[in-house]
Design a protein around this ligand. Sequence first.
Ligand code: NIG
Ligand code: FE
Length: 406
Amino acid sequence: MPLLTNIGCLASCRPEGGQGEIHLVHQAALAWDGAGIRWVGPERELPASLAGLPREDAGGRLVIPGLVDCHTHLAFGGWRADEFGQRILGTTYLEIAARGGGIASTVRRTRAASTEELLERCRGHLAAMARLGVTTVEAKSGYGLSREEELRLLEIYARLAAEGPQRLVPTLLAAHVVPPEYRDRRDEYVRLVIEEIIPAAAGRGLARYCDVFVEEGAFPVTEARRILAAGRAHGLVPKLHADQLSAGGGAELAAEVGAASADHLECISEAGIRRMADVGVVAVSLPFASLYLNVPPLPARRLIAAGVPVAVATDFNPGSAPSYHLPMALTLACTLQRMTPAEALKGATSIAARAIGCLDEVGSLEPGKRADFAVIDAESVEQWLYHLRANACVRTVAAGVDLHTA
Ligand code: NIG
Ligand code: FE
């Protein structure tokens, strides 16, 4: 059983308290036993029974829970660098989509990619995320958009999850957009999602969540309601891409169906904020998507003031958020969304874990939870997120296994 000592500052990020309460411990120590945390606290209070353990030295650095990226579109073929320049010159995301670009072009490239190729790409992304301190990743399907292709993406996630030790949480996003071959018969696609894809994905245990992109050009609230109800009937918990480009009632629907989270929310209405607070839906903020689409970010301060917990995730995808750099997303949550560094960190640890239903195992440093943590070369959370570097993470441990040492 190893004991990490000389931790200058440990942010335990226990869930209790408000968004900014990350429960710091100064001059801390952390002991873990196999895959689980055994003890955490001030080094001077270390129980005598643990004093003889083999020691590792954190060099006075910051220790945080393994980061939780609670919203990614991990498996996709190709990239869309060509659209980046077009968008900068003023073509909108919806205009690009209307020309057959955007999500539809990634769907073409994903379908054309072999399973081995997609697996290898995902392994590469996950390894890079591990080096940044990310130990839990939610991963959505949504670039397959047929029964066979959606299941193929979810099976890829099942294989990656089995390879571990990073934890993967799979989400079915068959309702990302209506695929081109169903353009003139969207009712049939909605029926396919409800009657075939959801039962097949849930029946094989390949997804925990059912997500819908509620937006003009994607799915209206009426269809989303039916799709999420079907998911729920098969045991899949609802999640939504809501109010990203327009206030379309997505947040209100998230509250109505008791979603685990509503994500994006750049255009959320006051009523939507109140409804989410009443029901306890987590808001997942995605600062890369706001930055790349050049839209004002979600109103994090108003959400927090209303009592809505705000998670922070990357939205890693080839269109609106081509980066898996979660620590950089946290810095952007501070600068763009006006969240404090402590609030941003809680949003990528215990609040993110709550958004993907694994708070009982990850998201905070407490005895009994998984030994998932990162050692950050900074003296405080503020110093870490303020001084933006390529990578400040010098060590990542997931389930007691070393994934990265700098
Ligand atoms: O979360 N909003 C919809 N889906 C993704 C974008 C996917 C893409 O552009 O390929 C998002 O931003
Ligand atoms: Fe997304």
